[in-house]
Design a protein around this ligand. Structure first.
Ligand code: CP3
Length: 352
């Protein structure tokens, strides 16, 4: 039995107040993170050392009254383990030394070994669960096949996604082979995190929203559906809820709900009242607050938090979050104001 309000809200059960966690709750806006990254030498060194990944995961929980921890890692661990040569250019984001840009390159790829190549991720999950000691539930995660493919094919961040879209239009069969390999890999990877102790999992489809509707269904949604179908229960037999977050996916909430996911992550372009009407009581809803709200004054943050909670309404199944990650220049005090406002206003709204 689990009584954590985050897990209860994902099951659409009544809660005492609205649970809150934040995408990128660990990261560069925290001075203790910047210090540890400096000592470790790089972001990847933090991810690949279970003790350091555990420490970074816990950093935001020491400062803020968060209702969930999220594994400190990255979605690009999978292509890195496939041998693409991941590196980061400061201020420019992730790049690959060997991008995958042809059917022949796709056919040379293989599923990485969860133990030999990605064992550090499961080790971090086990360590974090031990440190959390049942106090706060732990979220595992992976990228969606489409989102992983965008980085693997473009070789780095892209505004237009012209390389992967050309490949998708010219060579749909090869694109499907790549996405199918990634979907099988993500399912095995998330199941390894679940076996190690992840109590909920989120799939980040950060670039699903760049697709046209039919292409979204064919090249992104379908593979997330396949992953959801392959997820296993926790070692104790309980169902592990899965959250699908398609940034820019507001037009397709009904289709996303139909994958069998437990919750949908919303970006800030979606009206929460309309979202709830459209998906009914099929799924929990998470997110939606403009990440730039954290640059406003604390009193304004508190007002906006209250308005957001009211917009989701009294139905069970709301997890407070941003519509995308916390950005590097945010003041930690503003995050504290936001988290406290969620619990305060959430408790009033529940008892009203
Ligand atoms: O949310 C958390 O606190 C958990 C950790 C986490 C990271 N990345 C840490 C990270 C999670 C869940 C991710 C997911 C991720 N990684 C996504 C999906 C979410 C999204 O943002 O859309 C994507 C697309 C990536 C790929 C990636 N990794 C990018 C684009 C970047 C550069 C980001 C930037 O702002 O420069 C990274 C690096 C990264 N991943 C950092 C962190 C804390 C910054 C690394 C650093 O410089 O210290």
């Amino acid at each position: 039995m689990n009584t954590h309000r985050f897990l209860a809200a994902l099951r659409r059960e009544p809660v005492d107040t609205v649970p809150v966690w934040l995408m990128r709750q660990a990261g560069r806006y925290l001075p203790e993170y910047r210090k540890l990254r400096e000592e470790a030498g790089s972001f990847l060194a933090l991810c690949q050392d279970p003790e350091l990944a555990c420490e970074v995961t816990l950093q935001p929980l020491r400062r803020f009254d968060l209702d969930a921890a999220i594994l400190f890692s990255d979605i690009l661990t999978i292509p890195e383990a496939m041998g693409l040569g991941l590196y980061f250019i400061p201020g420019q984001g992730p790049h690959f030394e060997r991008p995958v840009q042809s059917p022949a390159a796709i056919d040379r790829l293989a599923m990485p070994d969860m133990h030999d190549d990605l064992g550090y991720v499961s080790a971090a999950v086990r360590l974090i669960r031990r440190e959390l000691d049942g106090k706060t539930p732990l979220i595992g995660f992976a990228g969606s096949p489409w989102t992983l493919a965008t980085y693997m094919v473009e070789g780095g961040p892209s505004k237009t996604h012209q390389t992967i879209k050309a490949l998708m239009y010219n060579e749909p069969a090869a694109m499907h082979r790549l996405l199918d390999l990634l979907a099988r890999t993500v399912a095995v990877y998330l199941n390894a995190q679940i076996a190690a102790g992840a109590q909920a999992v989120q799939i980040f489809d950060s670039w699903g929203g760049v697709l046209a509707p039919a292409a979204f269904r064919e090249f992104s949604l379908r593979y997330m559906h396949d992953i959801v179908a392959q997820l296993e229960p926790a070692p104790d037999g309980t169902h592990v809820p899965v959250i699908l977050f398609t940034k820019g996916g507001g037009a397709w909430l009904e289709d996303i709900a139909a994958t069998g996911c437990d919750a949908i992550g919303l970006d800030w372009t979606v009206d929460p009242r309309a979202a709830r009407r459209r998906v009914g009581d099929r799924v929990a809803l998470q997110g939606n607050v403009d990440p730039m709200l954290l640059y406003a004054r604390p009193d304004v943050i508190r007002e906006q938090v209250a308005a957001n909670i009211d917009a989701f309404g009294p139905a069970p199944g709301h997890v407070f979050n941003l519509g995308h990650g916390v950005t590097p220049q945010v003041e930690p005090e503003h995050v504290a104001a936001l988290v406290d406002a969620v619990h305060e206003h959430g408790a009033q709204a529940r008892s009203a």
